[in-house]
Design a binder for this molecule. Sequence first.
Ligand code: 5GP
Length: 139
Amino acid sequence: MPSIFTRIINGEIPCHRVYEDEHVIAFLDIGPVSRGHVLVVPKEERVRLDQLSDASAAALGRALRIVAAAVVKATGCVDYNVLQNNGAAAHQAVMHVHFHIIPKYADGSGLGMKWNAGTAPADAAELAGAIAAGARQAL
Ligand code: 5GP
């Protein structure tokens, strides 16, 4: 069954589109956290960021810059957050990869967050080595 975002991409469900290229579409979020809240979505239907093709990932990087600049220009916001959730426990509700661009305004409207900062783990070097090995494998 196609995701709700695939149905938007296919034109079966309306949206307020703000950007489109071969790999990416962007449109206003239906439940905006703040004015100008936009979703940037790969046309490739995958649940998680790490499942995307290189082509989609590269196109998303470019589209995020373009759309973020356009949101700043259109709304007058200076600050904004880019949010990307993977998995239900990480607050993903629509199981099709997407990035949120959420303006943060002087009145405080925008994304609120709780940042659970800890301290560096004792095995930081091993951890970094394991992640680096995985990244090398993907090249
Ligand atoms: P998530 O929690 O998965 O990162 O966020 C999903 C987002 O998709 C929510 O902010 C929600 O408002 C938005 N959304 C869900 N359904 C639709 C829809 O049909 N149209 C649009 N434009 N946004 C949607």
